[in-house]
Design a protein around this ligand. Structure first.
Ligand SMILES: [Zn+2]
Length: 373
């Protein structure tokens, strides 16, 4: 009988294998922890969810945040649904009640965009939100694939009407949190194997396949990139992997080209689990100062409906499960289950986890100025 290899030797062998497999530049090559080597515990790492829409003070949720070492940035959107005042009032109440848990991102009205003096009004409104503590400004996909210009064309995010607003954000040092375009799947036939199938089969208004009058994915991404070029001092955070969830090389090119571009991964961790894990890992190591964590879970009772205690509890449970399974993917090692599929965890080194989960967000959103660490 052969003696079984010493566990340490086994671990060292895997360490070497991982080193040769990494594709990042030499200085960022770090082997994943060997299976069995422990990642930091879930509650040990501060996790700032840069993208949530929570519009009710729910004690169980706040308790889950504290227990799980989670904070969030609460994002106001949309700009054209008629709830501007209400959502900002609730976001501000939450921030004042729990400043460490709920710093917030404001947004601006889009219904008066064709009126004279529009940009000045939007800027004055945003300045009031900054005075109240808003850390950034959200722009949503309604710009690009829903709202129209007076001439009937789709309003694109690099339209000149927005330039004074972007220039103002750059001057004030407030990031633009930009959910522009959609996953590429919005422009492709419905595919039951896609992670976005559930969304597009139940939200057909955002599924643009077979609707040639809509701008293409490439057109909207080019308009977003054009903002980065026109406003090099504006910090732009691309929500949802900058809507390039299918193309890590395309994200890398833009991060290389635009030092003012950053990304967050809200609702796209599941896309990351579908790329080769070594490639995702190398991407995280190379761009470790440019990526932020987010989830994008919504709780908007102001839109109607009567939330019950049971619904609130289920929401808090789902949210905690999401944080935990994401953490298993980013921090864990070896094969794990993610959304029911077997995937390879990334096993990111602790210093990279800390940047991704909180360091980058604190720096880019200047969080320490508004939220006690
Ligand atoms: Zn969102």
């Amino acid at each position: 009988m052969h003696p079984s290899p010493h566990p340490l030797r086994l671990a060292l062998g895997l360490f070497a294998l991982a080193l040769t497999a990494a594709h990042g530049p030499a200085q960022t090559r770090v082997a994943p922890p060997a299976p069995g080597e422990s990642a930091p515990a879930f509650a040990e790492i501060l996790k700032i969810d840069v993208h949530s829409h929570i519009f009710e003070d729910i004690p169980e949720l706040n308790a889950m945040f504290r227990r799980s070492n989670v904070r969030t940035i609460n994002v106001c959107n949309r700009g054209a649904d008629g709830h501007l005042e209400t959502m900002h009032r609730i976001a501000l109440e939450l921030y004042r009640a729990h400043p460490d848990l709920f710093p917030f991102t404001s947004t601006f009205d889009l219904t008066r965009r064709d009126q004279p003096g529009y940009a000045g009004e939007a800027i004055a409104w945003l300045d009031r939100t900054f005075k109240n503590g808003a850390v950034a400004v959200k722009i949503w996909k309604e710009v690009g694939i829903d709202l129209r210009r007076p001439d009937g064309a789709f309003l694109l995010p690099d339209d000149p009407i927005f330039d004074p607003i972007y220039a103002h954000l750059a001057r004030r040092g407030k990031p633009l949190h930009a959910h522009l375009a959609e996953p590429i799947d919005a422009w492709l036939p419905l595919n039951p194997k896609s992670v976005h199938y559930g969304y597009y089969s139940s939200n057909p208004e955002w599924h643009l396949y077979g609707k040639p009058s809509y701008p293409s994915h490439a057109t909207i991404i080019a308009a977003r990139d054009h903002i980065l070029e026109k406003h090099p001092q504006l910090v732009l955070v691309g929500a949802h992997l900058g809507s390039l969830e299918h193309d890590l090389d395309g994200i890398a090119q833009r991060l290389d080209r635009h030092p003012n571009f950053h990304i967050e991964c809200a609702a796209r961790t599941r896309n990351l689990t579908r790329h080769p894990s070594e490639k995702v890992r190398a991407f995280f190591l190379k761009y470790q100062d440019r990526i932020m964590y987010g989830v994008d879970m919504s709780w908007k009772p102001y839109l109607g409906g009567q939330p019950t205690a049971a619904l609130r509890q289920a929401y808090v449970r789902r949210l905690e499960e999401r944080y935990r399974s994401d953490y298993a993917f980013y921090a864990g090692t070896g094969e794990i289950k993610y959304d029911g599929r077997a995937v390879q965890a990334l096993g990111l080194p602790r210093r990279v986890l800390e940047k991704f989960y909180s360091g980058n967000t604190r720096r880019v959103f200047k969080l320490d100025a508004v939220a006690p660490p």
